[in-house]
Design a protein around this ligand. Sequence first.
Ligand SMILES: [Ca+2]
Length: 283
Amino acid sequence: MNTTAMTISMNKTSRLLLRALCALTLPAAIAAGPAAIAAPAATDLITNGSFSTWTGRAPAGWIGTPSLAKGIDLGGDAGSNAAFVHRTGEPDAHAFGELRQNFANAIEGDFTLSFDFTLNKQAGWGQNLIVSLYTDTAKFWNSAWLQFRFGGADGGQASPDNDLTGNSYLYLYDDKAEGSKKWFLPPAGVTAVKGSDYNPKAKSFTGAPQIYQATLAYSASANTYSISYGPLNGAKTTHSGIATFGTASKGKGVKGVRFYGGSDGGALVDRVSLLVPAAAANP
Ligand SMILES: [Ca+2]
């Protein structure tokens, strides 16, 4: 629509009209996916999504647990670092090698989260990477608006099947109804994510890394999610019209984003952004 609109002769009235049209159509543009969200009228709420700057053991702008580590850059942003998330103890709130960032104001409308990642090949519990958007910064571990996970063939719930073949799958985690949490998008028909051989101490890969990119878009008007993922420079698999997650109708909104490792395998995360329409940006 921008191409057509820009050919209009621009008197003051048409400029105002164009502005109104852009405001009306922006949510649809964001829902359409990463190619459409490069519009200038979007604001990135993430600080230091490239992980270029670190203060001690945590990247600037982020909250990290002690087992979070600086990782090798994944190449999608200009030469810096990534974050390596890796669970190192029992699965309580403090044992995860995790990465979090809070926002000044709750996000209750459209947003698009995107990031690059690898999953490590290692025998383990079966959930290399868990992504959570939470509503309570003080109870980030149990206030998920939504979660999605890359794990073994059954989501890592019953068997340690994140095996050395390194294949993991996308799982969406319904946290809308307490006590009736469930997984969906089972492996049948879901694209496998191949693992990488990563040495976190040496910050190096053995063989070619398998680098992926994922995008999660929420449309408030449709009250649905769209998620796509695939090789960084390759074709993406997209699931759209997802309406199972908790939504803004809870009246809480998203207050922060969390990446953490739920298995011994771990994951590298890089080039994180969370775009909102400019009018909805934090002041
Ligand atoms: Ca980086």
